[in-house]
Write a protein that binds this ligand. Structure first.
Ligand SMILES: O=c1ccc(O)c[nH]1
Length: 350
């Protein structure tokens, strides 16, 4: 439903408070042609109301001739910042960047964060933002879950549909997404509420069954039949099934990049205010599907890049696939069982 400016300004003020915005600090809104006007307007007012110096940096869109989807998370790597030293300098000089256009998985983003600048991505429509305003409790749950990943040597995932995957851990950090940026150099995404990491390079083996009702992003669809991925030494070597498998495989082939078949991030959803069914209520161009990535108890895996975690892979092909009804275990102990997060969000050791 539509959101009033007042309600959206209040939501932004809460997120900026949680992000420890101080009066006198510089906030730069990073916008492009796809930025939601109400989001931009209300973010500007909220930041100024808190005494910040507020700038707006509007960048021209890129990749039109290469990307097949309009989804900002579908085609990664080059962004309007690529080679744009003047824009990068402005963002490095800012205390907080509100990314209303999507820099995710870009080398430039990593470079800007290294300068201590905080970046908060927020591109979902206003009503989704207002429904998922983050809380300290979100942060606590995600942080506790990330600590479990940090201590683990292996994440294993099974499901009644036939998923049976083993992911060795240790080479990459656990990433916490809880919707605000309360530490220098931190990136986060509002809405979120999930934890993720990357498996050790070349180490993942097994089978992933994308079952009926599981979600493909950026396709923004619920699969209507099973797609079976064979995973060998960190790459999906086979994509089998019917028309859904063919559609996924053909889409991936358009990138003409073997790195797109690599297993990227893995983790689980911890956001009780996000829902599996929400995607079905939106036309696909009006959302990037964050409810699907964050709903409590999903097993979210991704295909494609790992540069965000410090890896070398920067393929443009990025596919997020949240699965239901999985059991996720760390060193053999369940943190999610049959799609239900154990012990209020962070799992329990049996
Ligand atoms: O917030 C996000 C969005 C997409 C993604 O792949 C990871 N985290």
């Amino acid at each position: 439903m539509a959101v009033s400016d007042y309600q959206l300004i209040e939501a932004w003020q809460e997120v900026l408070r949680l992000s420890k915005l101080q009066a006198g600090q510089t906030v730069t809104l990073l916008t492009s042609s796809t930025t939601h006007p109400q989001t931009m307007q209300c973010a500007q007012i909220a930041a100024q109301s808190m005494g910040a110096i507020v700038n707006r940096l509007d960048l021209l869109p890129v990749n039109a001739e290469k990307a097949l989807s309009r989804d900002s998370l579908a085609y990664l790597g080059t962004t309007p910042l690529t080679g744009n030293e003047a824009a990068i300098a402005a963002l490095k000089a800012s205390d907080l960047v509100l990314d209303l256009m999507t820099l995710l998985f870009s080398p430039e983003q990593i470079d800007i964060l290294k300068s201590g600048t905080k970046i908060l991505l927020a591109v979902e429509p206003p009503e989704i933002l207002v429904r998922t305003v983050p809380t300290e409790a979100d942060r606590a749950r995600v942080t506790a879950a990330a600590a479990l990943i940090k201590a683990a040597k292996e994440m294993s995932i099974t499901s009644p549909a036939g998923t049976n995957l083993r992911c060795p851990l240790g080479e990459f950090p656990a990433i916490r997404e809880y919707g605000f940026v309360d530490e220098p150099g931190r990136w986060d995404h509002w809405p979120s509420g999930f934890v993720l990491t990357w498996p050790n390079e070349l180490g993942t083996n097994g089978t992933i069954v994308i079952d009926k009702g599981d979600i493909l992003l950026p396709q923004k669809k619920y699969s209507t039949e099973q797609i079976i991925l064979t995973v060998e030494n960190g790459y999906a070597t086979k994509i089998e099934g019917g028309i859904e498998a063919e559609l996924l495989d053909e889409y991936m082939k358009t990138f003409n990049d073997p790195e797109g078949y690599a297993i990227s991030h893995i983790g689980w959803g911890l956001q009780p205010r996000a829902h599996w069914s929400t995607l079905g209520l939106y036309s696909r161009e009006n959302t990037i599907g964050m409810d699907a990535r964050a709903f409590e108890g999903n097993f979210l895996f991704s295909l494609g890049p790992n540069n965000e975690a410090g890896g070398k892979r920067t393929t443009a092909c990025h596919i997020d696939i949240p699965l239901r009804n999985c059991t996720v275990s760390l060193d053999g102990r369940a943190v999610v069982r049959d799609g239900k997060v154990l012990d209020g969000g962070v799992g329990e050791y049996e």
